[in-house]
Write a protein of this length. Structure first.
Length: 172
């Protein structure tokens, strides 16, 4: 279920349909041979907002979210990215996915969310994959987000658990 219902947004869908896609910028091969950084130049904040503003906010359930294996609330994340609330968007992804930075980079978007985006029927879809990677990386860089397992207090080792030693001791 969308946390920001598209029906409530006062947006001009026809005008949005005229916003062109921004082709991703590949880094020069000579540079890529020397490091393990991403192939494509990461989106800037302005580019991310522009790319997210191509979303026309389909009615719930949106095809992109339905096609997502973890049912990410993609339309709501698109809206928050467009508004410049990148950390809010990252939190939307984290509600349903435990590793959205990775999914944003390696998930087969062309077959899932982007392949189901209504815009892909006529032209390039909304770049939902790159935007997921952008928002979650932004959060990590600016808010120092740590994984849930990193925040969890250390668990006691089984050998220190009361009763275990007694259970393991030989019985006479
Ligand atoms: S299907 Fe495409 S246009 Fe529709 S809500 Fe999802 S990303 Fe936006």
């Amino acid at each position: 279920m969308q946390s920001i219902p598209g029906e409530d947004l006062a947006i001009d869908r026809k005008a949005r349909m005229r916003i062109p896609v921004q082709e991703p910028n590949a880094r020069p091969v000579e540079d890529r041979l020397r490091d393990f950084d991403a192939t494509f130049v990461p989106l800037t904040e302005e580019e991310a907002r522009e790319a997210a503003s191509r979303c026309i906010h389909c009615p719930d359930p949106a095809p992109c979210a339905t096609a997502c294996p973890v049912n990410n609330d993609i339309p709501s994340a698109m809206w928050l990215i467009e508004q410049g609330d990148f950390i809010g968007a990252a939190e939307i992804y984290r509600r349903t996915s435990s590793m959205p930075e990775i999914c944003g980079l390696v998930c087969p978007h062309e077959a899932l969310c982007e392949g189901s985006c209504v815009r892909s029927k006529r032209e390039e879809p909304v770049q939902t994959g790159a935007l997921e990677a952008f928002a979650t990386s932004y959060q990590r860089q600016h808010a120092g987000w740590r994984s849930k397992s990193a925040r969890r207090p250390a668990r006691r080792s089984p050998s220190s658990a009361p009763g275990l030693a007694a259970w393991a001791a030989p019985r006479c």
